[in-house]
Design a protein around this ligand. Sequence first.
Ligand code: SAM
Length: 289
Amino acid sequence: MSRHPPPPPLSDVPLEPGLHVVATPIGNLRDITLRALDVLNGCDLLLAEDTRVTGKLLAAYGLSKTMARYDEHAAERARPRIMAALEAGQSIALVSDAGTPLVSDPGYRLVKEVVAAGFRVFPIPGPSAALAALTLAGLPTDRFLFAGFTPPKSAARRTFLAEFAQTRATLIFYETGPRLRASLEDMLAVFGPRPAAVTRELTKLYETAVRGTLDQLAVDPALDEPKGEIVVLVGPGVAEAASEADADLALAEALTRLAPGEAASEVAKSLGLNRRDLYRRALALKDAG
Ligand code: SAM
C-alpha cells in the first residue's frame, strides 16, 4: 500500500476570482506549497494538462475536484469556456503535469488572453526543474538564461545553440535521454569545452548530477541514453580577448577626452587588457595623430 502524507490544514478563505497558475511537484510529491493545496482545493474549476496525472496528486492529499483538460490541443476549444467562467467571477486554477505551468508547458496563450481581457492572474510559485537544476549544478547563478528544449535534429540544434554562444550567462536546457549524447556533442562544437552539468531525475529516487567540461561530458559513458528527465546546464564562456583593432578604436575615442595615462586606464578596465601596453600605444596614437 502506498503511504500518503496526512492532509495539511487547508484554508477556508474563498479564492479571489481570476486565473491561479499553480506550480506542482517535479518528482517528490511533498514539494507542494500549502497555498497550492488551498488553491487546488478551493478553485471553482481546475484546468489540468493531464487529468490522470493531476488526479494522482489530488488523491495523495485527499482532495477531489472536477477537472477539465487544458493542453496545447484542447486549448483553442477550451478558452471560450474559461473566459466565460472568469466573466462569471469564478476562480480557475491551471496546473501542468509537473513543475511550473508555462515553463515548456501549456498556459502562455491563456495567460496572455486572460490579462488582455482584464482579469487577474495569480502566480502560485513552486518547483521548476530549471531552477532546481541551477541550485545543484555548481555553475554561476548571478545570470542565467532558460532556453527550453533543444531542437531534435543536429543541424537545427547547432543553429539554435549558436544563438546563445555569446550570451554571458549560465544556459539551461531541457533534454531527453535518447538525444543527450548528440546534444552534448553539438554543445561542445558550438560552445567549446566550457564547464557544464547534466542533472537528472531531480527530487526523485535516482537524482544525479554529473559535472565536468563539455568535452568530458560528451564522452562520459555514464551519460549514454540515461533514463528519466534531464536538465543540461552550460556555464558562461570567458570573454574573448579584445583585438588590437578594438583597443585602438577605444583608445582613440578615450584620447579625445582624456590624457594618455587616463585613457589607458579606462580602456584597460573596460577591455580587460594590460594598462602599460595600452599606455605605450596611446602615446604612439597621440604622436601619430
Ligand atoms: N514545467 C516544467 C518545469 O517547470 O520544470 C517543465 C515541463 S517540460 C514538459 C518537462 C521537462 O522538464 C523534462 O523533459 C525535463 O527536461 C525537465 N524536467 C522535469 N522534471 C524534471 C526532473 N524531476 N528532473 C530533471 N528534469 C526535469
